[in-house]
Design a protein around this ligand. Structure first.
Ligand code: SF4
Length: 472
């Protein structure tokens, strides 16, 4: 069965944390996770602490499926963390859902992680040799294990020592010893920001979660920074010296919600600028600009405005298709495609169309879209992409499909154009993308193969870790 979502990179997690003794922290975390649902749909969890004891509820499914009003009501405490997760097939187990909660010599601790460690195998082997036992197949458990082992002096020292051992991408929220902590890796690959709600503070992967709960955005957590939130308010210190910043460019291109602002740049605005760059690089004499909704929309509007070409809703997205529905038979394959997106004939008929999408991963989706728009009567379909070709896998927390399944790893641009059946195909250049993001401090490894953080197992990354330690 063809699935549009199969042909998109997958974000792996979203995290949220709040310290607010006077408020219903579980309920606010629930709403925060709701706003972050696009970052992971396979499991969700909330851990709540009164400063001594931690209560946890987690399960498989969407936030709305995992939590009932009754469950949220039962989670009482003064601080909470939450997590939404996407996982690859085989590792989609409730044991791997987060937050992770452990008992250790100083009490209880809960941790939620967005990102992927690149030295998790070595760390886990080392911990294993020293007698550590593991209950999950996720790299996040290595982090919590290290923190508890280093906790001979203060918790702050343990966090710094743990950061010295970790390599890779991590945005962490942690409940320990009457405090909420937020940590971001020294490259700042995955986002994490700070909000204020009344006199109290919270943390979230994206600012849209702060907006949702009525919190005011304060700032992004700096790469290498440790944020401490407790009864005294907010304090921060550097856990590690900031190294070369390498925020994930794909957060802007596709993953993050357009209403979020990450590292001072609004996501919708960055996408609009990508459209303007595409117009500069590839102006096409066309009658109509359309977007592949929703992540292509802001770029398409930027492109259309820059060239003075009308923008139209040529593809309509069905917003009510859930993750699962009765799969059409092979004979009804097209129904499956049109369930999710349908071409608007009255907009497209007899038009020379520029269609803008955020990325091409395997190419199967793009083929279907071009075919659909042509069937609806478009005379020409020119396909413009607001990312450079995705030719390398991500090892920092995004599931981009294996190298051999990436179409840009197999074919040149002309080969891809022929495969998808477009009249022309253009990808934004790396320079154009950097201009749109107004920075060079981004990771572009899945486009150019230059990985900003060393990777121990180039053939594996996250999947290798989970496969290696999975007994199922
Ligand atoms: S490799 Fe690509 S998806 Fe992964 S962090 Fe870098 S830019 Fe983001």
């Amino acid at each position: 069965m063809f699935d549009f979502n199969e042909d998109k990179p997958k974000e792996e997690c979203g995290v949220f944390g709040i310290y607010s003794p006077d408020q219903e922290v579980a309920r606010l975390t629930y709403y925060g996770l709701y706003a972050l649902q696009h970052r992971g749909q396979e499991s969700a969890g909330i851990a709540v602490s009164d400063g001594h004891h931690i209560d946890l509820h987690k399960g498989m499914g969407l936030v709305s499926e995992v939590f009932s009003d009754c469950i949220v009501e039962s989670l009482k405490g003064k601080m909470a963390i939450g997590h939404v997760r996407y996982s690859t097939t085989g590792s989609s187990l409730v044991a791997n859902a987060q937050p992770l909660v452990v008992h250790y010599q100083k009490g209880m601790m809960a941790l939620a992680h967005n990102g992927n460690l690149t030295n998790a195998v070595e760390l886990r082997e080392e911990l294993g040799k020293n007698g550590a036992v593991f209950q999950t197949t996720i790299d996040s458990e290595v982090i919590i294990n290290l923190i508890t082992r280093y906790r001979r002096e203060s918790i702050e020292d343990a966090l710094v020592k743990t950061m010295l051992d970790l390599r890779g991408a991590y945005a962490l929220v942690i409940l320990a010893e009457d405090k909420l902590f937020g940590l971001r890796d020294p490259h700042g690959v995955r986002p994490l920001c700070i909000g204020r709600i009344g006199e109290r503070y919270c943390l979230a992967s994206e600012s849209c979660a702060l907006d949702t709960i009525g919190a005011e955005f304060i700032r992004d957590v700096e790469p290498g920074e440790i944020v401490v939130i407790d009864e005294e308010g907010l304090h921060t210190f550097m856990g590690l010296t900031k190294t070369e910043r390498a925020s994930c460019a794909f957060e802007y291109i596709y993953f993050a919600r357009p209403d979020s602002t990450i590292d001072q740049l609004n996501v919708a605005e960055s996408r609009r600028r990508m459209g303007i760059e595409l117009a500069r690089e590839c102006p096409i004499d066309a009658d109509l600009v359309i977007a592949v909704p929703d992540s292509g929309t802001a770029s398409a509007l930027g492109y259309a405005t820059a060239l003075g070409i009308p923008f139209g809703e040529g593809l309509i997205k069905n917003r009510y298709v859930g993750r699962t529905f009765i799969q059409p038979t092979q004979a009804m394959r097209e129904v499956g495609v049109r369930l999710k997106l349908n071409a608007n004939t009255s907009v497209l008929k007899d038009k020379r169309v520029v269609m803008i999408d955020d990325s091409i991963v395997r190419g199967t989706t793009s083929c279907k879209l071009v075919e659909m728009v042509k069937k609806a009567g478009a005379k020409e379909v020119h396909f413009l992409i607001s990312s450079p070709p995705v030719a390398h896998p991500c090892y920092y927390g995004i599931d981009t499909a294996e190298r051999e399944k990436l179409i840009a790893n197999q074919l040149d641009i002309e080969g891809i154009r022929k495969f998808i059946g477009a009249d022309s195909l253009h990808y934004i250049s790396e320079e154009g993308l950097l201009r749109a993001l107004d920075t060079h401090a981004v990771c572009l490894a899945c486009f150019n193969g230059r990985y900003p953080i060393t990777i121990s197992n180039l053939d594996g990354g996250k999947n290798n870790f989970e496969t290696r330690y999975s007994c199922g």
